[in-house]
Write a protein that binds this ligand. Structure first.
Ligand code: NAD
Length: 311
């Protein structure tokens, strides 16, 4: 009998979004309306779909969303000006700049212009540094979603050996940092690794973020491993276009104790954690404004302060 478990990312994302919705409703009853600004530069078709989905999920969660669609020719200075305006606007809690950007825009520079407290993608160096120090900062959405799926599947991750395949700034590196924070022993495998397969075969947990269709089959996996497949690869097969992961799902399934499918695994969690980060940012900004107001007035006392918390 096959006892392997297919992890249902859609159901997990629905649980996260339901909790976000409840938090938003609580914040609204206290006079705070979380708001997310989404910036899209250019006409990339995949980015347009991602942005539309993000806006839809925000609306469903009760988060106010503002969409800024800029032409592909937008000068970098104009994009920076918009980011500065959004940074200064207290009614905006999160700023998401959809990647990739047109070639004439310096990605690292504009991402760094987003205020760290509004950086709901967790790409600002202050948040990256905070994560590597194990602090509670805004953390990249895809790795955060992967962690939730792993905690749901495995419970306590402490002491487990995790292999992350891929070392990108968006997925691989923050994933490794989060696993380390959860007390795993972490190995990061990448394009220059010698015998990546042998390293991977030692892992209790495998997170694949490579971008190569079905690269990892059962021969890469220890029996009973838990596999999170981040890869999204479009291939032509049997005369039709379809999405597959970095893991050869059919080959891996009998070997593993749990695995995410593609699609329907990590993808839905990424958007859910974007919403969660927006609410976290709104709450942090509220508390920081409140602390600032208390410092600058001699009349208010701590007992008069509104204290909000969310799950
Ligand atoms: P990337 O291209 O920036 O990084 C790929 C990494 O894979 C690199 O660090 C490289 O060293 C490593 N690599 C390449 N070939 C390798 C090999 N043969 N052996 C071991 N390592 C190898 O990609 P990324 O942005 O990290 O994305 C990875 C995949 O995840 C892509 O398919 C992407 O579409 C997908 N993705 C999915 C989501 C989601 O929401 N599900 C989010 C982000 C990325």
């Amino acid at each position: 009998m096959n006892t392997s478990k297919v992890i249902d990312g859609k159901a997990a994302a629905a649980r996260v979004l339901a909790s976000v919705k409840a938090d938003v409703s609580k914040l609204k009853s206290d006079g705070i309306e979380p708001a997310l600004a989404v910036i899209l530069v250019g006409q990339d078709p995949a980015s347009q779909v991602y942005v539309r989905n993000k806006i839809l999920r925000a609306e469903e969660a009760g988060i106010r969303s503002l969409e800024y669609r800029l032409s592909a020719e937008t000068p970098q200075a104009e994009l920076l000006k918009l980011i500065t305006e959004l940074n200064d606007d207290h009614s905006i809690n999160g700023i998401l700049l959809q990647l990739p950007l047109p070639a004439h825009i310096e990605e690292a520079l504009v991402l760094q212009a987003i205020a760290p407290g509004k950086d709901v993608d967790g790409f600002h160096s202050e948040n990256v540094g905070g994560l590597s120090q194990g602090r509670n900062v805004l953390t990249p959405c895809t790795p955060s979603g992967c962690m939730q799926l792993l905690e749901d599947a495995c419970g306590d991750l402490s002491g487990k050996h995790a292999v992350v395949i891929g070392r990108s700034n968006i997925v691989g590196k923050p994933m490794a940092a989060l696993l380390l924070k959860a007390h795993c022993s972490v190995t990061v495998v990448h394009s220059r690794s010698v015998d990546a397969k042998a390293l991977c075969r030692q892992a209790d947990i495998v997170v694949a973020a490579v971008g190569r269709p079905r690269m990892i089959d059962s021969s890469w996996l220890k029996p009973g491993a838990v596999v999170i497949d981040v890869g999204i690869n479009r291939i032509e097969e049997d005369g039709r276009s379809r999405l597959v992961g970095d893991v050869d799902f059919d080959s891996a399934l009998p070997q593993v104790s749990a695995i995410t499918p593609v699609p329907g695994g990590v993808g839905p969690m990424t958007i859910a954690f974007l919403m969660k980060n927006t609410v976290t940012a709104a709450l942090q900004q509220f508390h920081s404004r409140q602390a600032h107001a208390q410092q600058s007035t001699t009349q208010s006392s701590p007992s008069e302060a509104v204290c909000l918390s969310i799950s």
